[in-house]
Every structure is written in structure tokens, then in C-alpha cells.
Write a protein that binds this ligand. Structure first.
Ligand code: ZN
Length: 391
């Protein structure tokens, strides 16, 4: 009985501290009195929780703030440099990494490109980037609070990459491999899921976002009711393999007529021969075709328009299914926005259910190449605060 009571008291106490911390994070700078007003906690409780948070270096005092009369209050601020998070975006031919503070401000970035490397070779490059970001981090109370890695493939909730076809990876326990080298928590997430979260946190921030990542394949991240929807095992959003052509081409997934065969870089790669493009590296084809379209090559422009039209076909299915507030198109296809956007919008406008379009926005990502890295860095920071809450 007694134990139960103690446990309850501790839980409430910790809950209060988290509430006070979150209030400071969201409303900084803020006075103790305003925290009491906003949270409904009494002033004594706020004061004792603030003292603990000051001791833990998660907040700091600055004063005096504005007062409507009487003694001027000391204001409290969130100490976003109490620790740093690392976000890594592994692409088909690049690794891009950022170091952020606990608020998501980018402090350092590092990238490198490669062509057709084995997993072990890519792993060495990944370590190189992480080492570099760790070395660049200013000294802080909590140091590196976590490493988040976005991968273009199916990842389960235990941080295992089941399949990343464009990298040639299968059943790779990436989380354990990275954790064995670095003494901090590691989160592995599908790049489109991470991108969706990056858009939610650092983009417009609406609650129902469909993030469509189009590169060599298509991945979709779903933010539904404000949260990332991962599915039972973490495999949600494999909409690149949604059938849009019943008797269509066979996909490497085994299905026929998959969306990504028609609406991603694969559609360009499949036509490369016709354009006389013999690239040693398939990843260069998009750039080449963008260059040709820029030079006014009508066939290249038409191919992009066809891809835009097919992008619209898949989007109609997604919009009719989820009734999102915002669809954001990101990843490498944004380089061809100029030619794919209009046919895409026309297709959706013509064929999606009319009532789905009333409050719908379709945009191309404005976070450019940062979406996925920001998303996984934010996951890591949140994981740090979750562990902190559970202490
Ligand atoms: Zn497929």
C-alpha cells in the first residue's frame, strides 16, 4: 500500500516536471508565474520543478522580464544547447548528415557522394560522417543525445533494414551495428517516414500530411492526426508499389504495374536509351534529363510531363483514401518541378473526388535536401526526452 503511494507521488512529480519543461520549451522565455497560469500547477510546485530543471541544465534563467507592476520576474529559457542530435540521410548515392541542437537548429552539416558501393563500404562512409559531426559538436552537458538514420527502404521497429532494393541491402541490423560503435541511442527509420516528420516539425506543421518522396523509387510518409503512422511492424507507406496499371510492367517487387515504375526516376532510367544517354551511373540520368529540358528539348519535357501525369494518378488514390490537408512532394524529383507540377495538379484536379479538394494543398518540399535528416534528428531528440521522462 505504502509503496503504491510512493510510486504514485513520484509519477505525478515526474509528470509535473515534464509539463513544466514542455511549457518552457514551447513558450520560452516565460516566468514562473506564467508557467503556473498555463499549467494550472501551484507556484510552489512550479518553483521546485524549475529548480531541478536548472540543476539539470535543461533550462536557464535570464532576468528581469517585463512586469505590469511590482517586482520584475526572472524569465526562464529552454537550454537548447544542453545536448546535440545527429540526423543522417542515406540516399542511393549519397550520405548527408547534420548536427542539430535540441531545438532542431542545424549547427553543422556534412555530405559525400558515392557510386555502387557494398554495404561495408557505405558503413565506413557513414562512420566517417558521424565521427566528423561528433567531433564538431560543442561541449555540452548531455553531449550527443542520439543518432537518427533515414534509409531508403523498409525498416522495422527494431531498427533492422529488411530491404533497401536500390542500395542492395537485405536484413541488415543497422541499429545494432551503429550502437556497437557509438555509445548513444540509435534510431533507424524509413526516409519517407522521417521526411514526413521533418515536414511536420519544421515545415507548415499541419496535422494531416502525406509526404511523397520520389527518387529512384517512391516512398510515402503518413502524418495522420498529428502523428507518424508506422503501421503494425513499421512498414506503412509502401505506396510506390500500389498498382496503377493492372496489366502493366513487372516490378522488382513481383507485382505488375507499380506506381513507381511510371512516376519516379525509374521512368527516366527506362527511357534513357531513347535519349542516347548511356550513363555509367543511373543516378546521373535525372540531372542529364533536367539539363536537356532546360535547353528546350521537347521530348525530355514531354517525358517529364508524362511522369507528372502519373504522379497525379497515384496521388488521386492517396488523396481519396486519406483526405489529407497537405500533400508534400519531396526528394530528387523536385529538380523537375517546373515540368511535372502542372500535369500533376491538372490530373488531381480533374479526377480526385471534388469534396477531397476543398481544403487540400499540394506543395513541393521547401526544406529541400534537409527533410529526412531533420526528421531523424528530431526523432532522436524526442527519444532523449522520452528517456528523460521515464527516469
Ligand atoms: Zn512494385
Amino acid at each position: 500500500m505504502l509503496q503504491n503511494k510512493i510510486w504514485n507521488q513520484n509519477t505525478i512529480k515526474n509528470g509535473n516536471k515534464t509539463l513544466v519543461l514542455e511549457t518552457i520549451m514551447n513558450h520560452s522565455p516565460i516566468s514562473r508565474a506564467s508557467i503556473a497560469d498555463k499549467t494550472g500547477l501551484n507556484k510552489g510546485t512550479v518553483s521546485s520543478q524549475v529548480s531541478e530543471l536548472l540543476d539539470e541544465d535543461l533550462i536557464y534563467e535570464q532576468g528581469p522580464g517585463k512586469s505590469s507592476g511590482g517586482r520584475k520576474p526572472v524569465i526562464l529559457l529552454f537550454n537548447e544547447v544542453a545536448g546535440y542530435s545527429i540526423g543522417i540521410d542515406i540516399g542511393v548515392n549519397y550520405i548527408f548528415g547534420i548536427l542539430t541542437d535540441l531545438k532542431g537548429n542545424i549547427c553543422q552539416e556534412k555530405s559525400l557522394t558515392f557510386n555502387k558501393l557494398s554495404f561495408d563500404e557505405i558503413k565506413e562512409k557513414l562512420f566517417e560522417i558521424v565521427d566528423c559531426l561528433i567531433t564538431s559538436a560543442p561541449s555540452s552537458t548531455y553531449g550527443i543525445v542520439g543518432i537518427g538514420i533515414g534509409v531508403p527502404g523498409a525498416t522495422n521497429k527494431n531498427g533492422k533494414v529488411l530491404l533497401a532494393p536500390n542500395l542492395g541491402w537485405q536484413n541488415i541490423d543497422l541499429k545494432t551495428i551503429v550502437e556497437n560503435r557509438y555509445d548513444c541511442p540509435v534510431i533507424i527509420e524509413n526516409e519517407a517516414n522521417a521526411g514526413a516528420y521533418g515536414e511536420k516539425k519544421f515545415g507548415t506543421g499541419v496535422d494531416d500530411i502525406i509526404y511523397v518522396s520520389i527518387g529512384v523509387g517512391i516512398g510515402v510518409g503518413l502524418i495522420l492526426n498529428g502523428d507518424l503512422y508506422q503501421g503494425n511492424d513499421g512498414f506503412s507507406g509502401e505506396m510506390g508499389h500500389m498498382t496503377i496499371q493492372a496489366d502493366g510492367k513487372t516490378c522488382r517487387c513481383g507485382n505488375d504495374g507499380c506506381w513507381e515504375l511510371y512516376a519516379s526516376e525509374q521512368a527516366l532510367i527506362n527511357k534513357a536509351d531513347q535519349f542516347g544517354l548511356e550513363m555509367a551511373d543511373e543516378n546521373d540520368i535525372l540531372q542529364e534529363m533536367v539539363g536537356m529540358a532546360e535547353d528546350g528539348d521537347q521530348e525530355a519535357i514531354n517525358l517529364f510531363k508524362t511522369i507528372g501525369d502519373y504522379m497525379g494518378v497515384g496521388l488521386i488514390n492517396i488523396i481519396n483514401s486519406f483526405n489529407p490537408q497537405q500533400v508534400i512532394i519531396g526528394n530528387r524529383i523536385t529538380a523537375a518541378k517546373k515540368w511535372v507540377e502542372q500535369p500533376l495538379l491538372e490530373k488531381v484536379n480533374k479526377n480526385a473526388l471534388w469534396f477531397q479538394q476543398n481544403h487540400l494543398e499540394i506543395n513541393f518540399s521547401e526544406l529541400s535536401g534537409y527533410t529526412t535528416a531533420l526528421g531523424v534528428a528530431a526523432f532522436s531528440t524526442e527519444n532523449f526526452f522520452k528517456i528523460y521522462k521515464e527516469r
